[in-house]
Design a protein around this ligand. Structure first.
Ligand code: 3PY
Ligand code: MG
Length: 262
């Protein structure tokens, strides 16, 4: 075991603070082959979805290195705001965590302190991959804690959340936010009430120099989001890429076959 512990710098953290837009994609399939392909595709990060995707904590130990082998850092979306889960994701070598359903300052503090060692937090020291590779999330200064604002209460408390020490970014969850506001699920995000809410969160982040991100439900949303000032975005994910690619090919094949039959 080394005498002293050194962590490598978190390149994703540097990108997020640089001001240029940062792009990620979702990993929802818990297999090293697809994870490695996503990691090698050129995104700035891969967001492993341990909230709604199929990856469980048992699979992170394989997915994080596979994504890293492809060349990208991993963020882990936790199933819940649970300090034990944040600690495990970081110990396994994630560059940071994305914590869902942050609605109050207290929620934000719980998430941020889970990612930091004392005296600023409650994280327990037990680097697993970090000891071998100098994990990017091994020190309080390098780790990334991204808080999701996706409830009406979180919207009300957006300033308090964005200004919480140790919250390194806000990721808006527009679908849960819409549901919490009593609005229908609409992936075009065109309801004016939802737009206004998202803008209010974005502006709260900007007031506190806290980068704000959002999922793009289609690449067509990208230029508007960049222009509005979103600093990080996710586009697509493994399941969708497979489905869209497969559907595209079979649609073309049917068209070719129909043409031959005419
Ligand atoms: C939401 O829209 O609620 C999300 O969590 C998107 O990832
Ligand atoms: Mg959500």
């Amino acid at each position: 075991m080394p005498d002293t512990f050194t962590a490598s710098t978190n390149a994703l953290r540097e990108k997020l603070t640089s001001g240029s837009p940062v792009f990620g994609t979702f990993c929802s399939i818990p297999h090293v082959t697809s994870a490695e392909a996503l990691g090698g595709a050129g995104f700035d990060f891969v967001l492993v979805d341990a909230q709604h995707g199929a990856p469980t904590f048992d699979t992170l130990v394989q997915l994080i290195p596979a994504i890293q082998l492809g060349g990208a850092p991993s963020l882990i979306r936790l199933p819940w705001n649970d300090p034990a889960l944040a600690m495990r994701a970081l110990d396994l070598g994630a560059a940071g965590v994305v914590v869902p359903l942050i609605s109050t300052r207290q929620d934000a503090e719980r998430a941020a302190t889970a990612c930091r060692y004392p005296p600023s937090g409650i994280r327990s020291f037990g680097q697993v991959r970090g000891l071998s590779y100098g994990s990017t999330a091994a020190t309080n200064d390098e780790v990334l804690c991204i808080a999701m604002i996706e409830t009406a209460e979180g919207l009300e408390n957006a300033d308090a959340i964005a200004s919480t020490p140790g919250v390194d970014g806000i990721f808006i969850g527009p679908v849960d936010l819409a549901l919490s506001m009593g609005l229908p699920v609409d992936f075009t995000l065109s309801d004016p009430r939802l737009k206004e809410a998202m803008t209010a969160i974005l502006e709260a982040g900007q007031r506190h120099d806290c980068p704000v991100g959002m999922p793009l439900f289609g690449i067509g949303m990208a230029s508007g989001a960049i222009e509005a000032g979103y600093r990080f975005m996710t586009a697509g994910g493994d399941g969708g890429y497979i489905r869209m690619g497969a559907m595209g090919d079979i649609t073309k094949l049917r068209e070719i076959a129909d043409g031959e039959n005419r």
